[in-house]
Write a protein that binds this ligand. Sequence first.
Ligand code: ADP
Ligand code: MG
Length: 252
Amino acid sequence: MLKLQNISKQFDGKTVLDDISFKIGSGEIMSLLGPSGSGKTTLLHLILGLTGADRGSIVFSEEDLTHVPMKKRGFNIVFQDYALFPNLSAYDNIVYGLRNKKGTASEQEVKEYIDFLELTPHLNKRIGELSGGQKQRVALARTLVTKPRILLLDEPLSALDGVIKESIKQRIQSIAREFKLTTIIVTHDPEEALTLSDKILIINQGKISQFGSPQQIINQPDNEFVKQFIIKQLLIKRQNIYNLFGEMYAHA
Ligand code: ADP
Ligand code: MG
């Protein structure tokens, strides 16, 4: 279980996170949902240990991690831009984090992750030769082989579209289920959050707007911001779909 209590963070005197508290259970998928600039990435980096909090505590499995450095927390992240090494092959990227490290995947396990993500045909390719979806799978594999206790993903779907986006989404879900891996996903897209996660933390201007299951958020939005944010985005989607297919329907 991961528990954050009263986490606050300022940058240059400006409050970016304000009194954030929540709990998620082991193996759950949580989405951190909010508009651009609401503090999602900062919160993810705080959990990872890349950024320190000004106030509050982070506890994982009864262990107080608030002052534990990133390397000792045992969490890992897929950054929004993947941060892959362009001069290395896909395979060398995947195993990069394994050099002289205890508690990481064995050779057999590395192979299993590669199979699971269907990367075998691409292992010798350079990063520049991979498609967006393939890069994302390499980034996922590189993080998974370090056997993190929590998997953190920053906007893992935002650079992808259509069928590829759907397939990566399903893979993230099955990774969390199959490996019983607690997973936190940053997104600005309500549809992604609603269809991907067990819990959603909606943040707006650094404050929690609502925390609950997708059903709770849809059926009982806590406030006007949640209603507006969710409904507006879903309506934009519907409009886009209509623009794409409306003509076809009109003539059907
Ligand atoms: P999101 O991921 O939701 O788009 P961020 O967490 O990246 O939002 O940023 C939240 C706010 O904090 C923004 O106003 C951003 O400019 C500011 N911010 C983020 N990182 C830093 C930093 N290292 N120094 C100063 N300001 C920052
Ligand atoms: Mg961000």
